[in-house]
Design a protein around this ligand. Structure first.
Ligand SMILES: *Cc1c(COP(=O)(O)O)cnc(C)c1O
Length: 357
């Protein structure tokens, strides 16, 4: 199968559901684009991909992913430029990370042409679902799950790769109140924290809910060994501006290597902002705040790009950070990323994969 020759058998919808969508008021994650890509793995090989109408799938109650969590996913976005082309942001990085997650979860490697050609053909078909509106995008969810109907514990011998999408509106999230988590952990050395595995999310829900009950939107995970070092913020990577420097925990086996994280750091370097990727101690954040040097804090991820943090709670105290308007570093990086993603700024790092219609 070469990249040029893979033509995916396609069954189109008889009538598009796009009229159900109000482009001026898009609700997150509720209305899905007309089509999905489905590819099965069996007998030791990925089979012929298919594109078909988005819809329910029938599964055996013994489907192993439902019991033992052998399931991974990705999240990415497509935008429209002024000419109406579809712009995918760093899709090859999502593809590579899917296979990194897959290796950790014993899921067979997916070939690049299935991922890339599948995405291209799916998006061409559902092009009308990519919102042209500023701040909006088509959120794309590729995922793989184990499909053996067998309840013995072992890696499945069959899998399904699916890609579906849904339009998402501008993220007008309020600035976050977060609290540093002193007890629960998301990920430990030797674990699967660096993989985008479904179970990592399942296990994080309870600590997150406990923190919400205490009045915080989200928690900041700390290291499993000592709870001394900062890891991530909820399901985002986390960054701080301390005394003019952009500081973030270095990626490791316990931290997911976010594509937004990498992009933000690259743009910071391009702008000549000093960047430090290293261990970040909780005590350093507390001391920087006391000294008036903690200027900005934010999470990074595909959903929000940059989610500003207003308050960080630690050890009985709320640390309130400077107002959002003055956050020059994160605001300028967020604006630049937005321009790159929508084709309004030069793509100096070859991040954009353009699908011309
Ligand atoms: C997906 C994810 C991120 C962000 O990754 P992006 O590629 O920037 O979307 C960060 N942390 C965790 C735990 C994640 O699952």
């Amino acid at each position: 199968m070469s990249v040029d020759t893979l033509t995916i058998p396609t069954q189109t919808v008889s009538q598009s559901r796009i009229s159900e969508l109000d482009f001026n008021n898009i609700e997150f994650g509720k209305i899905f684009a007309d089509h999905m890509l489905v590819v099965d793995y069996k007998d030791g090989a990925w089979q012929t991909p298919e594109i078909k109408p988005y819809g329910n799938m029938s599964l055996s109650p013994a489907t192993s992913a439902l019991h033992y969590g052998q399931a991974i996913f990705e999240g990415m976005k497509a935008y429209k430029n002024a000419a109406g082309d579809i712009l995918l942001f760093r899709p090859l990085d999502n593809f590579r990370r899917l296979n990194i997650s897959g290796e950790r979860m014993c899921i067979p490697e997916l070939p690049e042409e299935i991922f890339m050609q599948g995405l291209e053909q799916l998006l061409r078909l559902d092009a009308a679902w990519v919102p042209p509106t500023a701040g909006c995008a088509l959120y794309i969810r590729p995922f793989i799950f184990a499909t053996d109907d067998f309840i013995g514990v072992r890696p499945s011998s069959s899998y399904r790769f699916v890609v579906f999408s849904c339009p998402v509106g501008a993220y007008y999230g309020q600035p976050l109140r977060v609290a540093i988590e002193p007890n629960y952990v998301r990920s430990a050395e030797g674990g699967a924290g660096y993989a985008k595995a479904a179970g990592n999310y399942g296990a994080a829900l309870y600590p997150a809910r406990k923190m919400q009950e205490r009045g915080y939107h989200q928690l900041i995970w700390t290291d499993a060994r000592e709870h001394k070092y900062i890891e991530e913020s909820g399901t985002m990577n986390v960054m701080f501006v301390i005394d003019g420097k952009l500081v973030t925990p270095a990626v490791s086996t316990t931290i997911l290597a976010g594509i937004t994280r990498d992009s933000v750091l690259q743009i910071a370097r391009d702008k000549g902002i000093p960047v430090e990727e290293r261990k970040v101690a909780v005590s350093e954040i507390v001391e920087a705040h006391k000294a008036g040097k903690l200027q900005e804090a934010f999470g990074t991820g595909t959903a929000a790009t940059i989610a500003q943090i207003a308050t960080i709670h630690y050890n009985g105290e709320d640390m309130n950070l400077p107002a959002l308007e003055g956050r020059e570093i994160s605001n300028s990086i967020a604006a630049e990323l937005d321009r790159i993603k929508t084709g309004q700024a030069p793509d100096a790092h070859n991040w954009i994969h353009k699908i011309s219609l």
